[in-house]
Design a protein around this ligand. Structure first.
Ligand code: SF4
Length: 683
C-alpha cells in the first residue's frame, strides 16, 4: 500500500473531520474536507495516527484455553465462533444470539453485521448509540419522522440565538465549536448554555442555566410558559405546521415559572432571559447532547425541547432546528443502516410487513418481525436466554452502566466474541478475540452528525495477521450461517462499494446515493431524485414523517431514579477533550496522555467544606453499585450538590456507580447523568 496522502475520516467524534497521513511528520494531519473546510482538527484528530502505529495493536486471533487467551489461527478462531453460535441456537433458538455493532466502524461493516443477525433470524442487534442518543432519535423520529440533525453545520451560523442544552461542544465537538459556533457568536449570535457545570462552552455564553441533573423538563416547560406569557409564540407556524396546541397551552397554563426554575435549580430571571432570547429570535438553533439524552426520561426531555422549537417556529429554516451533537464518528450511520433491534436499514420498523417484504426482495430472505433486545437488555439476559454475543468495536466492560454487573454478565455468555484493534477490558473477558482494522486501514463510508456521508480511504494494511473489518465480518457471516441450523447462508462482498450499493437498494434514506459520487466530498441524506448533494435543511414544507404538521407532546417531570439522601451528592458524568469514550484508543496515545486533573472529581467549595475535603485530596466515591477513588478538584464551576467525573477510564471505573435498573421506557437508554453517591476522604 502506498504512503501517498489519501483523505480519510477522523475515527473519533461525530463531526467527521477529514484527515490524511503526513509522511513528513509520520502522523495524521487535517485535510480540507466537507466539514473541516480549512483542514482544522482538534488534539484527538492530530494524534489519530498513533492508533495505527501502536505497539499494543492486536495482530493475531486469540482464543481462551484453560482460562487464558492464547494466539490461534484464523481457522481455529472462526471455528470456535461458528460452534458457539450453533450451540446457542440449538439450546435457545435464534434469540439466544446477540450482536453489538459499532458506532465507530463503517456503514458497510455495520450493514453487514445487522444483515448477519437477521439471516440468523434474530433482531438482537444494537449499537452504542443506545447509550448516547437513542432517546433523541426516538423523540425526533416520533414527532418529525427523522432522528437526525434537522439542519446543517453550514447553515447554523445564520441563527440569532444558540440554545445549547446538555452539551459541551468546546471540548466534545471542538471543530464544530471553533469553526461554526464561535464565528457566529463573534458576529453577534447570543448563546444560552444549559449545563450543571461551567465549561469552556459556557465561557462563550450570554446566559448560563446551571440545571440540576435530571430537571430539564421543568426548565424547558418553564421556558415555553414564558414564551406564551410574553406573546412570543409564532402563531402562523403553530397554525400551519403543528397539531395539538390547545392541549399543550392548557399544560403550560399549569406551569409556575418561578417554581419550575427553583425545582430546576436555576435563577428565574436567567430562565426568563433565556426564554425571551430564544422566543424573540428570528432564527434560533438548539443543540442537544448527552446531558439531555442520557436519562431514564431522556425521550421526554427531548420532547420538551421539540415543543419549545415548534412553539416558536424554529424548525424547517436555515439557522433553526434541533441539532443533536452525535458522539462517535459513525453513530448516526450505525443507526441509519439498521444496526438497531427495532428497525431495518433506513429506520423501517421490523414490524412493518411491507418493509420486511421490500428488504426480502433484495436479501432473498425475510428478516424476523419481532423486535430484538437493546444492548443493556442483552447483557441483562447473559447466560439466561442469550448464550452467544459478538461485540464489534465497542468496549461495554467500561461503557455500560453499572459496569461491575455488566462485567459479570459478559462472563456469563457461553461464547463471547470481541472483534477489535486493541486488547480492551471487554476483550480480556472474551472466549475469542479477532484482530481488526483501524481507521486508516479500511475504505468505506461513515455518516457524520449532520447527515453527511463521507468516504474513508485505506492508506495502510492492517498489522500482522489482522484483517480488514469488512472481510472479518464477511468471513464470520459465511462460517456462522453455514453452521447454524435454519440460517440463510450468506456470502457477502468484501468490496465496500458493492456492500454500499446493496445498502442503497434496501435503505430508503440512502436510496440514489452513489459511492463513487461521494468521492472526497460528501452527500447528505435524504437524497431525493435529482439532488446533487442531498438535502440540507429538513422539514421545510413537510416533516420527514410525510405530514405537514408535527404534534405538540406535553410531558411532565419524573423524579430521578436514585433517591438523594442528606449526605448524598449527585454524580454526573461526561467527556474531556483529550480522551474518547472508553479510552480504548486515546488512552494508548502518547500525545493524549492523561492530563493532570482530567480524571479529578469536580466538587463545589460548599460541598467540600461540609465534608472537610480540600483541593487535591483523594476521595472515595461510592454507592450501592460500586466504589471508585479519585483526586478532588474543588471548583465553583460545578453547581452545589452535584459532582462530576469523566467516564473514559477503566480506573477509576466511573460507570461502576451509574445505574441500569430503570431504562427510558421508549428508548431503553439507562440513567448515566444522575447517580446518588457518598464522597468521603480516603483513609
Ligand atoms: Fe476528530 Fe472530532 Fe476532533 Fe474533528 S473535532 S478532529 S472529528 S475528534
Amino acid at each position: 500500500m502506498s504512503d501517498a496522502p489519501r483523505p480519510s475520516v477522523c475515527p473519533y467524534c461525530g463531526v467527521g473531520c477529514s484527515l490524511q497521513y503526513d509522511p513528513d511528520r509520520d502522523g495524521a494531519t487535517g485535510w480540507p474536507g466537507p466539514v473541516n473546510t480549512r483542514g482544522e482538527i482538534c488534539p484527538k484528530g492530530a494524534a489519530a495516527w498513533e492508533v495505527i502505529d501502536s505497539d499494543e495493536r492486536l495482530t493475531r486471533p486469540l482464543v481462551r484455553e484453560n482460562g487464558r487467551l492464547v494466539t490461534a489461527s484464523w481457522d481455529a478462531a472462526l471455528d470456535r465462533i461458528a460452534g458457539g453460535a450453533a450451540r446457542a441456537v440449538e439450546a435457545g433458538g435464534p434469540d439466544a444470539l446477540a450482536f453489538f455493532a459499532s458506532s465507530n466502524c463503517t456503514n458497510e461493516e455495520n450493514y453487514l453485521l445487522q444483515k448477519l443477525a437477521r439471516a440468523l433470524d434474530t433482531n438482537n442487534v444494537d449499537n452504542c448509540a443506545r447509550l448516547c442518543h437513542s432517546s433523541t432519535v426516538a423523540a425526533m423520529r416520533d414527532r418529525f419522522g427523522a432522528g437526525a440533525m434537522t439542519n446543517t453545520l453550514a447553515d447554523i451560523g445564520e441563527a440569532d440565538v444558540f440554545l445549547v442544552t446538555g452539551a459541551n461542544p468546546a471540548e466534545q465537538h471542538p471543530v464544530i465549536f471553533r469553526s461554526y459556533l464561535l464565528p457566529a457568536i463573534k458576529r453577534g449570535t447570543t448563546m444560552v448554555h444549559v449545563d450543571p457545570r461551567k465549561t469552556d462552552t459556557t465561557r462563550a455564553a450570554d446566559v448560563h442555566l446551571p440545571v440540576r441533573p435530571g430537571y430539564d423538563i421543568p426548565l424547558l416547560s418553564a421556558m415555553a410558559a414564558v414564551v406564551v406569557e410574553e406573546g412570543l409564540v409564532d402563531e402562523t407556524f403553530v397554525a400551519e405546521r403543528t397539531a395539538g396546541v390547545d392541549a399543550y397551552r392548557r399544560h403550560l397554563d399549569e406551569v409556575d415559572v418561578d417554581a419550575n426554575a427553583e425545582l430546576a435549580g436555576v435563577d428565574p430571571a436567567d430562565l426568563r432571559a433565556a426564554a425571551r432570547a430564544y422566543g424573540e429570535a428570528e432564527r434560533a438553533a438548539a443543540f442537544t447532547g448527552m446531558g439531555m439524552s442520557q436519562h431514564h426520561c431522556g425521550t421526554d426531555n427531548v420532547h420538551a425541547l421539540l415543543n419549545l422549537a415548534l412553539l416558536t417556529g424554529n424548525v424547517g429554516r436555515e439557522g433553526t432546528g434541533i441539532n443533536p451533537l452525535r458522539g462517535q464518528n459513525n453513530v448516526q450511520g450505525a443507526g441509519d443502516v439498521g444496526a438497531l433491534p427495532d428497525v431495518l436499514p433506513g429506520y423501517q420498523p421490523v414490524t412493518d410487513d411491507a418493509a420486511r417484504e421490500r428488504v426480502a426482495g433484495v436479501w432473498g430472505f425475510e428478516p424476523p418481525a419481532k423486535p430484538g433486545l437493546t444492548e443493556v437488555e442483552m447483557t441483562h439476559r447473559a447466560g439466561d436466554g442469550i448464550e452467544f454475543c459478538y461485540v464489534f468495536g465497542e468496549n461495554p466492560a467500561v461503557t455500560e452502566p453499572n459496569s461491575t454487573r455488566a462485567r459479570r454478565a459478559l462472563r456469563e455468555f457461553d461464547c463471547l466474541v470481541v472483534h477489535d484493534i486493541f486488547r480492551t477490558e471487554t476483550a480480556e473477558l472474551a472466549d475469542v478475540v479477532l484482530p481488526g482494522s483501524a481507521w486508516a486501514e479500511k475504505s468505506g463510508t461513515v455518516t457524520n452528525t449532520d447527515r453527511q456521508l463521507l468516504r474513508m480511504h485505506e492508506t495502510r494494511a492492517p498489522p500482522g495477521d489482522a484483517r480488514r473489518d469488512l472481510a472479518v465480518v464477511g468471513e464470520v457471516a459465511r462460517r456462522v450461517t453455514a453452521a447454524v441450523n435454519g440460517a440463510t447462508p450468506l456470502d457477502p462482498p468484501e468490496d465496500p462499494r458493492a456492500a454500499f450499493e446493496e445498502l442503497t437498494r434496501v435503505s430508503p434514506i440512502y436510496a440514489g446515493i452513489e459511492y463513487d459520487a461521494i468521492g472526497t466530498g460528501s452527500v447528505r441524506w435524504p437524497f431525493p431524485e435529482g439532488a446533487d448533494q442531498g438535502t440540507g435543511v429538513l422539514h421545510r414544507d413537510t416533516f420527514e414523517s410525510g405530514d405537514r404538521r408535527a404534534r405538540f407532546d406535553p410531558v411532565d417531570h419524573v423524579d430521578p431514579v436514585d433517591p438523594v439522601a442528606d449526605d448524598h451528592l449527585v454524580l454526573t458524568t461526561g467527556r474531556v477533550i483529550q480522551q474518547f469514550n472508553s479510552g480504548a484508543c486515546t488512552r494508548r496515545s502518547g500525545t493524549l496522555m492523561r492530563m493532570r486533573g482530567e480524571d479529578a472529581l469536580q466538587m463545589h467549595p460548599g460541598d467540600a467544606d461540609r465534608r472537610g475535603i480540600a483541593d487535591g485530596d483523594r476521595v472515595v466515591v461510592e454507592n450501592d453499585r460500586g466504589r471508585v477513588e479519585a483526586p478532588v478538584e474543588v471548583t465553583p464551576a460545578i453547581r452545589e450538590g452535584t459532582v462530576f467525573l469523566t467516564f473514559h477510564y477503566a480506573d477509576p471505573l466511573v460507570n461502576a456507580l451509574t445505574g441500569d435498573e430503570m431504562l427510558d421506557p421508549v428508548a431503553k437508554i439507562p440513567e448515566f447523568k444522575h447517580s446518588a453517591v457518598r464522597v468521603t476522604v480516603e483513609t
